[in-house]
Design a protein around this ligand. Structure first.
Ligand SMILES: Cc1cc2nc3c(=O)[nH]c(=O)nc-3n(C[C@H](O)[C@H](O)[C@H](O)COP(=O)(O)OP(=O)(O)OC[C@H]3O[C@@H](n4cnc5c(N)ncnc54)[C@H](O)[C@@H]3O)c2cc1C
Length: 399
């Protein structure tokens, strides 16, 4: 660093915080609110000013809604969402089943949703450093320098900076192997408010993933996701999936970090949460619930470490807390090898069409009422009881 620049930083001095959080998405805001509630001083940095957009289907699962209630003390107003139960399963454009979902589906625009969470963090008393990136993260001095030269010193730091996390890059070279994770691409299409609000999930729209039509209050989010390696041309995949008569829409894609996650996302007093830690379900593509949960866990770990006067123990406490999420993600990683394999495709398709039980399982997982561990046990029980009767009815049991 040039001497003049160093001089200007030293002249500015440093503002001291217990916790600095980088990234004010769901993970960062959840961490901020949790830490403030425990009395820590918190600085929240984001390169964007809020409200800001975030590429996302915007399906806020029941599991997310429960996490919001726990962490923020309330769920955001229903007005922010289109709430529906009308559901359709499809396969490469062919309708398999239309039905009423067993749980409500809450669909929102992330621009509005994230803004509400960020506002809650501000109301909880975080210091607002949004609208700029950071420049230097000095691990040995526990200090971060922002692009405008301000220095913030901290006792704990949380990297909640998303799928391309610069904090993860600094700590580990990269957040995860991009060749192993997923990708999602979307287009925001017009929607007539009088049209029925049917949520469509099409498991044949892409490889090792799915396509969606998610109705919102003022638009229809059309998207496809899947494994990067299995889908060589994302624009072509999304074009083939667009509703009839909708053409020339803008497409936007982003990494969807499922499939590879770091068992120890952080070290000492620096922790990674949400997408930065690769916490996305590789079957459903859901990441908001894990972002909220891990953000709160990391903040709690910092609170405990500071209370003991041992900031460097935060990572160890956080890794322990994360074990439940990690084992679920590892289980779903194995399950998807079966669900998406060509061998099981005809059976999976048939079940999507006819099995009320499969629908219940699918929505209970999203709702957070069923874990992959419980599903694994159901499958194991089903296989055992059907040994000798053929494998066809094994998953997730006959109706
Ligand atoms: C196409 C697509 C569809 C999806 N659909 C769904 C869905 O329907 N439901 C669901 O649950 N999940 C969905 N996900 C996943 C979900 O979007 C993420 O898991 C979730 O946003 C993770 O939250 P986060 O807070 O960890 O990160 P983010 O929401 O990405 O927030 C990270 C924040 O960090 C900031 N940041 C980045 N770099 C810097 C920097 N250098 N300095 C300062 N700030 C920085 C960003 O501006 C951003 O505000 C989808 C993802 C994709 C790509």
């Amino acid at each position: 660093m040039p001497v003049a620049e160093l001089g200007s930083i030293m002249a500015q001095g440093s503002q001291d915080f217990d916790l600095v959080i980088i990234g004010a998405g769901p993970a960062g805001s959840a961490a901020a609110v949790t830490a403030r509630r425990a009395g820590l001083t918190v600085a929240l940095i984001d390169k964007a000013r809020f409200p800001r957009d975030k590429l996302c289907g915007g399906l806020v699962s029941g599991r997310s809604l429960k996490a919001l209630e726990r962490i923020f003390g309330t769920r955001p107003s229903r007005d922010l969402f289109l709430v529906t139960r009308q559901m359709k399963f499809a396969w490469a454009g062919e309708e398999l089943a239309q039905f009423r979902a067993p749980h409500e589906l809450w669909l929102t625009m992330r621009c509005d949703f994230d803004h509400v969470l960020f506002q809650a963090a501000l109301e909880a008393g975080v210091a607002d450093f949004t609208g700029q990136r950071w420049d230097v993260l000095d691990e040995s001095q526990n200090r971060i320098t922002l692009k405008d030269g301000q220095n913030l010193s901290f006792r704990g730091l949380i990297g909640a900076d998303g799928a391309t996390s610069p904090v993860a890059a600094q700590l580990f070279g990269r957040a995860f192997d991009p060749a192993l994770v997923g990708f999602g691409i979307e287009s925001e299409c017009p929607r007539d408010a009088a049209d029925p609000a049917v949520t469509v999930v099409d498991f044949g729209a892409s490889k090792w993933g799915y396509g969606w039509y998610f109705p919102k209050q003022g638009s229809l989010t059309v998207g496809v996701c899947g494994l990067q390696t299995q889908n060589p041309d994302w624009k072509a995949t999304l074009s083939a999936f667009m509703p009839e008569g909708v053409e020339g829409q803008r497409m936007k894609g982003a990494l969807l970090p499922f499939g590879d996650f770091r068992r120890k996302p952080g070290r000492g007093n620096m922790l990674l949460v949400g997408d930065a830690a690769g916490l996305v379900d590789s079957l459903t593509g859901e990441g908001i619930a894990f972002a909220l949960e891990s953000g709160a866990m990391a903040a709690e770990a910092v609170v405990q470490a500071l209370a003991k006067g041992k900031p460097d123990t935060a990572a160890k406490t956080y890794f322990r807390a994360l074990k439940g999420i990690h084992s679920e993600l590892a289980r779903v990683g194995k399950l998807r090898q079966i669900v998406f394999s060509e061998r099981f495709e005809p059976m999976f398709r048939e079940k999507l069409k006819n099995s009320k039980r499969l629908r219940q399982v699918f929505f209970d997982l999203i709702e957070g009422d069923l874990t992959y561990l419980e599903l694994e046990k159901m499958i194991a029980g089903g296989v055992l009881s059907r040994l000798g009767k053929g494998i066809a009815g094994w998953w997730p049991g006959r109706d």
